[in-house]
Design a protein around this ligand. Structure first.
Ligand code: FAD
Length: 467
């Protein structure tokens, strides 16, 4: 029989869902405990969003240096080809991760949240036990916030191990693989596949569907497709990965039904993630499920009173900012605030080459919903800032989608270099109910990429200036 503690709020999982919920609960004066088995920060900080973007940053720098060594139009000259020390890249990335994880610990401490390290196993909906370094600990709480997150999906016939890697192992490789086969052309597979191509690996992408990034329309993904082709990334669409051949090749059935082998010293399986629902006593909590996800209502309440669930555990979109927004909301509801999870949109970014931003409805989605729309598209080829950053010639653009009747902006998408930083403006316009005339009447700084948003609204209104 070990120690026992009680709390008003018990949070399980220290990812962007759980740690934000715990900080907010602490800020609101709730006696809060958070349990995390690994380092604080979860998938996002430790082996997801941030490490992958660090890799992408280094890959971009390396590519620019290689281009300088080859001689380029910018007048930059490198006398010798650059060399990549991937082990050092990984150490640098780990430094960022340590800093962020330490920052989360400091924020939790400031909010007076007790942090328990270990794996929580529930015996009933409000009680769990944790095997800590100091022995067994039982925690009972009035409210439980489940933020257990998600884990990579393995393919049948291709279990993780050896050359078959999930994103976690890919982000910790010590040596650059010569030949990388990426299975899955979703955002995680493409982001990292593109980074490895920039590092100099030969990259082949195998995707079961007929398109890359199948959640987006062709117009939006075309510039990424073009980059992949120009960079020499082999794409097998409509193809199925069948298994490993002698530990050194991937067996693939092509769209035409041919059996081929793709030589690879690293096979990166990136076919999606599944909620982490096993191994911690979920079955003892009398909670309803929604398919493989925990079922919640629009306040993130589960079927069990005072048990809440957030983030990747409860469904798509599996994104860090959604998890955090839900975590903040749940803490506030527990503290007595009136809140509901009802965002106008949850924006998303693919940090591909070039980047893609989506906020709100695509034109196709608006049409499916029966909404009559007007759209305005402004190409970065006509934007001075994009051209001065070498981002004008890649077919990028900003596209605004508005209701035809009242001009309310219901969607904004962009593809192009550095467009991820425009996502805030897009989502603010949608969330605040802007109409095209609001965007058109807002003076945007010159020269910036954001001018393309302004011009897209002008174009939807029929009077763009620069096109
Ligand atoms: P997680 O971050 O998965 O955290 C759950 C935590 O709970 C884990 O730390 C786990 O150890 C802990 N845990 C689980 N069960 C227990 C238990 N029983 N006891 C103790 N601890 C437990 N999202 C974006 O928004 N932008 C991006 O650019 C982006 N890039 C990504 C890149 C990659 C390579 C990957 C893999 C993911 C990326 N994501 C991105 C997705 C993002 O990481 C997740 O949506 C986000 O981390 C979900 O947060 P969460 O709090 O729900 O769960």
């Amino acid at each position: 029989m070990g120690d026992a503690i009680r709390a008003q709020v018990l949070v399980v999982g220290g990812g962007p869902g759980g740690y934000v919920a715990a900080i907010r609960a602490g800020q609101l004066g709730l006696d809060t405990v958070i349990v995390e088995a690994d380092r604080l920060g979860g998938t996002c900080l430790i082996r997801g969003c941030v490490p992958s973007k660090a890799f992408i940053h280094v890959a971009g720098k390396f590519e620019a240096m290689r281009e300088a060594a080859d001689g380029n139009a910018l007048g930059l000259v490198l006398e010798a080809a650059p060399r990549l020390d991937l082990a050092q890249t990984v150490r640098w990335k780990e430094g960022i991760v340590d800093r962020l994880s330490g920052g989360v610990a400091a924020l939790l401490k400031r909010a007076k949240v007790r942090v328990i390290q270990g794996w929580a196993v529930f015996s009933d909906a409000k009680t769990c036990s944790v095997q800590t370094d100091d022995g067994a600990l039982t925690i009972a709480a009035e409210h439980v916030i489940l933020a257990n997150g998600s884990e990579p999906i393995a393919l049948p016939g291709l279990p993780f191990g050896g050359p078959v890697l999930s994103s976690s192992e890919v982000l910790s490789l010590q040596r650059l693989p010569e030949k990388v086969a990426v299975i899955g052309a979703g955002y995680i597979g493409l982001e990292l596949g593109i980074a490895f191509r920039k590092f100099g690996s030969e990259v082949t992408v195998v995707e079961a569907r007929e398109r890359i990034l199948p959640l987006y329309d062709e117009q939006l993904t075309q510039p990424v497709r073009k980059w992949l082709e120009q960079a020499g990334v082999a794409l097998h669409l409509g193809a199925k990965a069948r298994g490993l051949v002698n530990g050194a090749a991937l067996a693939v059935e092509t769209a035409e039904g041919a059996a081929i082998e793709i030589p690879a010293d690293a096979i990166f399986v990136s076919v999606g993630r599944k909620p982490r629902t096993a191994g911690w006593g979920l079955e003892r909590m009398a909670i309803d499920m929604n398919g493989s996800f925990v079922k919640v209502d629009d306040q993130c309440r589960t079927a069990m009173r005072n048990v809440w669930a957030i983030g990747d555990l409860v469904g798509e979109p599996m994104l860090a900012h959604k998890a955090s927004a839900q975590g903040e909301m749940v803490a506030e509801i527990i503290a007595g605030h009136r809140r509901r999870f009802d965002p106008a949109t949850i924006p998303a970014v693919c940090f591909t080459e070039p980047e893609i931003v989506t906020a709100g409805l695509l034109p196709t989605e608006a049409a499916e919903a029966g909404t009559e729309i007007v759209t305005g598209l402004f190409p970065f080829a006509a934007n001075g800032r994009a051209l001065s950053m070498e981002g004008g010639g890649e077919g990028g653009f900003v596209r605004v989608v508005a209701r035809r009747d009242n001009h309310r902006v219901i969607g904004v998408q962009a593809v192009g270099t550095h467009v991820s930083e425009l996502s805030g403006e897009f989502v603010t316009a949608i969330e605040m109910g802007a109409v095209l005339e609001d965007v058109a009447a807002t003076i945007h700084v010159h020269p910036t990429l954001s001018e393309a948003f302004h011009e897209s609204a002008l174009r939807a209104l029929g009077h763009a200036i620069h096109i």
